[in-house]
Design a protein around this ligand. Structure first.
Ligand SMILES: [Mg+2]
Length: 413
């Protein structure tokens, strides 16, 4: 019988800040300081005031004016995340990171080593707290989606065990919105069918659900009957590295947008090189002031971690795109991580020389920034842009303003 454990750090970014700066303990800490950005984490003290992640920062400031608003520090969070994942790896080799602060662990067959699931879950929570100083919540269930619901069930510092025998009873009274994938819209259409809690789903035949909800209805039917995947994929490392910024003022100025892409390409390239990753696909994300959002991707012949390759591809994608409205946000990401760098051939094909030249520039920039800080050096193109007198603030995901582009590297899985 499969046993899946889902672990989720409690108010992760905010908890890291409170841990690193003890004077913040007990205070409402909110990650997200750009007034046009969104909240990326809120401490439990802030949640009392109704502050939630993904809420606009302006709204959070209205609800909790005395809150401590911080820009965030993605690099630090990634560092703690690695400690969390490594700690989980001590219990089972089958660990699937699901996001920066969440993971699934297959604990089937671990009983002989660590005892029953509850004992093991307690030991794991204690080990995480010892390694990071941070609280987390854990759910154990026969399948992944129930384990995820269970870890959320008794937050913070929660521990919820759902056995194969109790799974149906556990799910029955929960609102349908607790099922992963059921969003606001789905919740509303289910409510129109008289379906509000999971047990309501079970009163219908799969054909009825398929007729009203399509293929997704069948998935819902399975989940309502506690059926789902129990497969933990250990190779699901970070699937992309990205950076994005919300602008102080909406813009359609292609020079300004290109300058942002360059700055973001530098952040993404640096993160890739630090992680020893190279990606084949470059994606740009554009959010218009109408809130319509589009992404455009291009896959390269060779995986890259080069600032200029990322930038040139992103710029080409931007140039090919009409801009019917000013943009509110722009971002760039790299995904499809490939094999590590190969040895250079003795006779380099055309283009290779340029690539090596770019790699040398990247390495030099990395060294200078490691030594003197991120603001120590800037490409000429950015410098000219800065000189235009345009002052931009980084978005809530963690920057520190244009002079010192912080580490707001979004890691999406
Ligand atoms: Mg969390």
């Amino acid at each position: 019988m499969a046993a899946i454990l889902h672990l989720d750090m409690d108010a992760f970014f905010a908890s890291v800040e409170q841990h690193d700066e003890p004077s913040l303990k007990g205070k409402p800490v909110i990650i997200g300081h750009h007034h046009r950005g969104v909240v990326s984490a809120a401490s439990y003290e802030a949640r009392v005031y109704g502050v939630r992640s993904a809420m606009p920062v302006s709204e959070a400031k209205r609800r909790c004016p005395h809150g401590v608003f911080l820009p965030g520090n993605r690099r630090r969070y990634s560092e703690v995340s690695r400690v969390v994942m490594a700690t989980l790896g001590r219990f089972s080799p089958l660990v699937e990171p699901a996001s920066i602060d969440e993971a699934y662990v297959d604990i089937s067959g671990c009983e002989t080593l660590f005892g029953p699931p509850e004992t093991m879950a307690r030991a794991m929570k204690a080990a995480i707290r010892e390694a990071t100083g941070l609280p987390c919540s854990v759910g154990v269930a026969p399948v992944k989606f129930i384990a995820k619901i269970a870890s959320d069930y008794d937050k913070p510092d929660g521990l919820t065990i759902v056995s194969p025998e109790t799974a149906l009873d556990f799910l029955g009274p929960l609102p349908v919105s607790k099922i992963p994938g059921v969003g606001k819209r789905a919740e509303e259409s289910l409510a129109r069918l008289g379906i509000r809690v999971v047990a309501d789903i079970r009163r219908h035949e799969p054909e009825f659900l398929a007729r009203h909800c399509g293929k997704w209805g069948l998935d819902l039917y399975d989940k309502a009957h506690a059926r789902g995947s129990a497969v933990v994929c250990t190779d699901r490392e970070a699937k992309s590295v990205s950076a994005e910024n919300t602008f102080e003022a909406d813009t359609a100025d292609r020079d300004i947008l290109a300058a942002w892409l360059l700055k973001q390409a530098e952040r993404v390239g640096r993160e890739l090189r630090q992680e020893g990753l190279r990606g084949r696909t470059v994606t740009i994300k554009l959010k218009f002031n109408t809130f319509k959002q589009i992404t455009r991707s291009r896959t390269l012949a060779e995986p890259t971690a080069s600032d200029s390759a990322i930038f040139e591809t992103a710029r080409a994608l931007l140039e090919a795109e009409p801009l019917p409205h000013p943009l509110r946000l722009i971002g760039v990401g790299v995904s499809q991580f490939g094999e590590p760098p190969r040895q250079l051939a003795l006779l380099e094909p055309p283009g290779k020389k340029q690539a090596r030249h770019d790699a040398q520039i990247d390495a030099a920039l990395d060294r200078i920034r490691d030594k003197f800080g991120k603001a120590a050096i800037m490409r000429g193109r950015l410098f000219e842009y800065e000189r235009k007198g345009e002052r931009k603030e980084e978005d809530a995901s963690g920057g520190r303003g244009p002079e010192a582009p912080g580490p707001p590297i979004g890691r999406k899985v």
